[in-house]
Design a protein around this ligand. Structure first.
Ligand code: ADP
Ligand code: MG
Length: 599
């Protein structure tokens, strides 16, 4: 019952606790989501800005890697060219050359070059061999009066022919740059024939004179490659990255690649700046769209990232709910552990208080017993003193009375009085003897004896009225123990006599014994009148009797008490006088330890 109560208290506490936590979580979520709406826009802007910067940096990094690769490839090309023994021969040919920037053509004369005995001009095999080894486009230029002309190349012109005979004029930035440098090397972007390339140039020196240029290059803006880069970055699916050129053509877009958006309002806005943020309301999606854009000049395009605010809010909501569920579970666990330990402590405290009150009760009983024995001890001393003083005069009285009786005549009328004096003096002597016995501090004279035999002997010595039956139930396995035979006989006879006195209309006395290796226990039970609760307190006081002055001395129980104490034992009384509570009667329980010598 108590356990059930504790469990239900704990359960109630836990249910209450769960309720509180759920409320707290809901409240926190609502507050967080409301306040998040305000900060959400800046979060979205931060996120898309970051993606734009990342994309721009990634394109830069890819370009730098390509340039590095080209710088290695130009050396490979140079090595191959040198291995094939390039020489200039004393033969000329007239060719029409075309300015790659202006398209202007004119006729000019060039020296023939040979490698491995073959004419190099318009030869495809050497440049294609280098291309197959390096993976890059290759051109061999020969110096002419107005610039450098392509004499062998695998760069294609707009009509998909090899772009031979086109030349770079001295005025072009690449050649200006090459001329500036001592080592005559160029690495960077260059406009080649009709598109921008990442390039690397190296001079061709014949007879200690720069007679030409060797070129390797890769198309700078490979859209396929760029798209792959975008995909590889694993960008948040709520952010859409795309690239637009200045004309409004979608260069890269997850779904709308190739479309022209030049008439859209947001493009008109973007084109005004190099970089920035733009927010507009999308009627189709019924949501605010935020754009971050940056112009990537090398590719002449805008890198743009767009995001819808609503998607972010949904995501954010989901994240908050998930986080708070986890936090809630952790809090729940922690509080449950706390409650568990708290109730455990309370239970322990409860038990401690219970133990304490029990100890207090025991202490009170012990105190009462102590007071009782102190009282009895001081009464004993007093009684012993008085008894001693009375004993002598009483002896004298009896002695003289007996002398007078002996001397008196049989028919002397005083004789009756004298006999009364002797009789009453005998009674006094008995009382005095009893008092002395009660107060006696004399040592017990112990003998090893079978207590069952001793009880039987005590019963036999009594004069039993015909209407009283005595039954015995001996349960002690080893009935032998060290006790003072005479004194214990006195105890048993006193108590059995009292029981008989309490049953004027007859009844039965049941004597039961039981014991273990430490103690033996005697129960003497009658079904007499019982002892009323008030008398129970005085039972062991000397001279307490309910039998009237002539019948009782009130010394039987105090003497028995003294004897039992001398055997280190205990005596207890259970009694009932109230018929409504069951049959009336009294039980005396005497416990004596098997080891009972004085230490
Ligand atoms: P006495 O027998 O001389 O009265 P005791 O000390 O033997 O003196 O007993 C004291 C009193 O205890 C008795 O007068 C009686 O009232 C009560 N008493 C003792 N034993 C019983 C009993 N078994 N049933 C009822 N009363 C008892
Ligand atoms: Mg008695």
């Amino acid at each position: 019952m108590k356990i059930l109560k504790t469990i239900s208290t704990r359960l109630r506490a836990i249910i209450f606790e769960i309720g509180l936590i759920v409320l707290a979580i809901i409240a926190t979520n609502v507050i967080t989501i409301i306040s998040a709406k305000n900060t959400l826009q800046s979060t979205v802007i931060n996120d898309i800005n970051r993606v734009v910067v990342t994309l721009s940096n990634t394109i830069d990094a890819t370009r730098n890697l390509k340039l590095e690769q080209l710088n290695k490839n130009i050396n490979v090309a140079d090595y191959i060219l040198k291995k094939h023994d390039l020489i200039e021969v004393n033969e000329y040919s007239n060719i029409t050359v075309k300015n790659q920037n202006t398209g202007n053509k004119y006729l000019t004369k060039i020296n023939k070059w040979k490698y491995n005995g073959k004419i190099l001009q318009y030869d495809e095999s050497l440049v294609d061999e280098i291309k197959s080894l390096t993976g890059t486009n290759v051109t061999i230029f020969q110096k002419i009066d107005s610039g450098f002309v392509r004499i062998a190349t695998n760069i294609m012109d707009s009509s998909n022919n090899r772009a031979v005979n086109t030349y770079i004029p001295f005025s072009s930035p690449v050649l200006k740059d090459i001329n500036k440098k001592d080592r005559f090397i160029y690495s960077g972007r260059a406009f080649v024939v009709n598109d921008w390339y990442l390039t690397s140039y190296k001079p061709i020196v014949i007879n200690n004179e720069v007679k030409g240029l060797l070129y390797v290059g890769l198309k700078e803006k490979e859209l396929g490659e760029l798209k792959k880069t975008f995909n590889d970055l694993n960008i948040d699916k709520n952010i859409t990255p795309f690239c637009i050129d200045r004309a409004g053509r979608m260069l890269i877009h997850p779904s709308d690649s190739g479309e022209n958006i030049s008439n859209l309002e947001y493009f008109q806005h973007i084109i005004k700046d190099k970089e920035g943020i733009y927010k507009f309301y999308d009627e189709d999606k019924k949501d605010y769209c935020i754009l971050s854009y940056k112009y990537y000049s090398a590719y002449e395009m805008y890198i743009v990232c767009s995001a819808y605010q609503g998607n972010f809010l949904d995501n954010f909501r989901r994240e908050i709910i998930n986080t708070s569920i986890v936090a809630g579970i952790i809090t729940l666990l922690l509080i449950s552990i706390l409650i568990f330990f708290f109730t455990k402590t309370i239970n322990a405290l409860h038990n401690a208080v219970k133990d304490l009150s029990e100890t207090n009760k025991e202490l009170l009983t012990t105190k009462k017993a102590l007071q009782q024995s102190e009282k009895l001890a001081s009464m004993g001393q007093l009684a012993a003193g008085i008894a001693h003083e009375i004993n002598n005069p009483l002896g004298v009285i009896m002695m003289y009375c007996n002398i007078i009786l002996d001397d008196s005549d049989e028919n002397d009328p005083k004789r009756k009085d004298l006999e009364l004096i002797v009789e009453q003096s005998e009674r006094c002597k008995k009382i005095v003897g009893g008092l002395l016995n009660f107060a006696r501090k004399s040592k017990v004279n112990k003998t090893n004896i079978n207590v069952h035999n001793l009880i039987e002997k005590s019963v036999k010595s009594l004069l039993l009225p015909s209407n009283v039956k005595i039954t015995t139930d001996f349960k002690i396995v080893d009935p032998f123990m060290m006790i003072d035979i005479d004194q214990m006989v006195q105890v048993f006879t006193n108590i059995i006599k009292n029981a008989i006195d309490a049953m004027p209309n007859g009844g039965h006395v049941d004597i039961l014994t039981e014991g273990n290796e430490n103690d033996v226990c005697f129960h003497i039970k009658d079904n007499g009148t019982g002892i009323d609760p008030k008398s129970l307190d005085k039972l062991f006081e000397p001279f307490f009797t309910t039998k009237g002055k002539n019948n009782g001395t009130g010394l039987g129980l105090p003497i028995s008490y003294g004897i039992i104490k001398m055997h280190k034992g205990n005596i207890k009384v259970i009694s009932n006088t109230d018929k409504s509570k069951g049959s009336t009667g009294t039980t005396f329980i005497i416990t004596i330890p098997r080891i009972n010598s004085e230490v």
